[in-house]
Design a protein around this ligand. Structure first.
Ligand code: ADP
Ligand code: MG
Length: 590
């Protein structure tokens, strides 16, 4: 074995950079945090090519004294803590004194600063960790840090960078996290000379949230505020009619710092149990405020995760706060008006709910949430359900369950108890078979009677047709007269634009529009009566929800199932004689 040697400082810094600086968005995060710590009231972020080419952040904060410029970029140098005790009362976002040194070791970095009092500024240039002497320069008061050619001297790292769109998506997310935590700061984000965000200071947190996520979501947010001794949980959670297929819209701000916390996210999920379908996640913007001594922030290099001294108590507090709030908020009426699974919107709903309806809806929500079906017609319920049970009747399990939301949308006097007795009223007879309860097709086979869930059957038929058309390139797509704007989270915009080819194969044509908006320009003809924005959002959730990038083939298959499910007849749809016949005939084709 070779001799043991102490690593050169440059190597040490590059290793440290490996932990903290993963991609351009990490640079943006670290520099933004420094600007916030410097007390800035205005921060401008300018990035080029997703940040890989250039990131420049200017702030009007306290600035760095000229004689300390060199120290600021040295490793383990910080003005924020002095001793280990300080580690347990951190009131700033930074404290490790590593960010600037790490970034400087893997880029060409320029630090410019000027105090408000002095006329001239000073600048310091560092290339791959090598410093040039500081020199005077003209610049506005505050600090400007420019980071060029990130990873130019670590080619392996550079290779890991994804497309400009994806990298920019992460940058925008880093920006949003800080901007959400600090509504009092004026912040701008510019990408390739285009202003993407310009958020002015606001008094109400809600205004900053809607600046990013739109007024529609803003209207659906519910205020929560709970204090127990020295811990306060406050902010907004979304009405259950808004939900996501992943937990990325759960913004937790701990003493002004964005964090991820599995336990708290679990508490959120628990609070919504029975209100959201399985596989759906609540949207939340929550502030946690507590004494710094109650938290250990020194457990994660990027400080995304923290350790709570009393995590169990915090879990219970959050859960109780939300449950109490939900008990006094009429969520069921809203859930009824626009069920989370709704493809067709509120217009199908009957008038105001009676107390009995309301109870049914609550039961429905509970039943669906615990039944293990992902409501949007998961891929599974299209498969292998072409034929139903033969006598004795077993028609209400398996394939029938996912159809419940539609049944609940138009509650009848039939309770689930009487349903399972299979009482057929006024069957709708047609050639090959008949429709019962506007939900099942009944026909005969050599073995006896066959009961088929109409939604599952139609979904299966459409899936096969769609697949055949996608494979031979004959899927009909319709150009929309007016392209439909759809607003998405920054990372989702990136994902959509990156998946344009895939979406085009499915007949969905999207174009960038700017900011968090994309335009749906054309759309599969067979989905004509569904809202393009809603369908695109669901497709995006499939794209982003998989954790690791899914195999193209699996994804295509998954998306086909989703589209088939959306386009298929629903439980509750009365079919014409021709439709009944056609569906029953087509089930033999596969
Ligand atoms: P940390 O933030 O953990 O202290 P950094 O490497 O990010 O470590 O920054 C080192 C030091 O440089 C900070 O402690 C601070 O004193 C100074 N500094 C960095 N950025 C700024 C800024 N934008 N304005 C004022 N001072 C800054
Ligand atoms: Mg820092």
């Amino acid at each position: 074995m070779a001799d043991i040697r102490k690593l050169a400082p440059g190597v040490v810094n590059q290793i440290a950079a490996g932990e903290v600086i993963e991609r351009p968005a990490s640079v943006v995060k670290e520099l933004l945090e420094n600007a916030v710590d410097a007390g800035a009231t205005r921060i401008d972020v300018v990035v080029e090519q997703g940040g890989a080419q250039r990131v420049r952040i200017s702030d009007n904060g306290c600035g760095i004294p000229p004689e300390q410029l060199s120290l600021a970029v040295a490793s383990h140098a910080t003005s924020k803590i002095q001793n280990t005790d300080d580690l347990f009362r951190v009131a700033t976002l930074g404290f490790r004194g590593e960010a600037l040194a790490s970034i400087a070791s893997v880029s060409r970095m320029m630090v410019r600063r000027r105090c408000a009092a002095s006329a001239a500024g000073a600048e310091l240039e560092i290339r791959g960790g090598q410093e040039s002497p500081a020199r005077p320069c003209g610049c506005p008061p505050g600090t400007t840090i420019e980071v060029g050619d990130l990873f130019y001297n670590t080619p392996v790292r550079r290779k890991f960078l994804r497309t400009t769109q994806t990298e920019f998506g992460h940058v925008a997310e880093a920006f949003v996290r800080v901007a959400l935590a600090r509504p009092e700061i004026h912040m701008t984000l510019t990408h390739n000379q285009r202003i993407v965000h310009d958020v002015t200071p606001v008094d109400r947190w809600l205004d900053r949230i809607t600046a990013f996520f739109g007024a529609e979501l803003g209207d659906g947010l519910i205020w929560v505020d709970n204090r127990e001794v020295d811990v306060r949980v406050s902010g907004y959670v979304a009405d259950p009619r808004f939900s996501r297929g992943n937990n990325r819209m759960q913004y937790l701000m701990l003493n002004g710092r964005f964090i991820r916390d599995r336990s708290l996210q679990h508490a959120l999920g628990e609070a919504y149990r029975g209100l959201l379908l399985t596989g759906r996640y609540p949207i939340a913007f929550l502030r946690l405020e507590m004494p710094p001594q109650a938290i250990d922030v020194n457990v994660h290099p990027a400080k995304l995760e923290v350790r709570f001294a009393e995590s169990g108590r915090l879990y219970s507090q959050l859960l109780a706060a939300l449950r109490n709030k939900f008990l006094t908020t009429d969520l069921t009426a809203k859930a009824r008006l626009n069920p989370p699974d709704s493809a067709t919107g509120p217009e199908r709903s009957p008038a105001d709910p009676t107390p009995a309806h309301r109870q049914q809806l609550v039961d429905w929500a509970r039943g669906v949430a615990t039944s293990g079906h992902s409501g949007a017609g998961s891929a599974a319920n299209g498969r292998g359900t072409g034929t139903g049970a033969t006598p004795p009747f077993r028609p209400f399990d398996g394939a029938a369950a996912p159809a419940q939301p539609e049944a609940a949308r138009r509650p009848t006097t039939t309770s689930s108890a009487t349903e399972s007795e299979f009482r057929v009223d006024a069957p709708h007879t047609a050639g090959l078979g008949m429709q019962v309860h506007n939900r099942y097709l009944v026909t005969e086979s050599a073995d006896g009677l066959v009961v088929i869930d109409q939604h599952a059957l139609h979904e299966r038929i459409l899936y096969e047709q769609l697949r055949a058309r996608v494979l031979d390139g004959t899927l009909e797509s319709q150009r929309l007269l007016v392209p439909e704007p759809v607003s998405l989270a920054p990372a989702e915009v990136a994902m959509v634009l990156e998946s344009r080819d895939l979406l085009r194969q499915l007949g969905v044509d999207v174009e960038p529009f700017g900011g968090d908006t994309v335009l749906v320009a054309s759309y599969p003809a067979m989905l004509a009566n569904l809202n393009p924005g809603e369908v695109l959002r669901q497709l995006v959730e499939r794209l982003t929800g998989a954790g690791k990038p899914p195999e193209r083939r699996d994804l295509l298959d998954d998306l086909l199932h989703l589209i088939a499910c959306k386009a298929a007849v629903k439980a509750g749809d009365r079919l014409s004689t021709d439709e009944i016949t056609a569906h029953l005939e087509q089930r033999h084709l596969f």
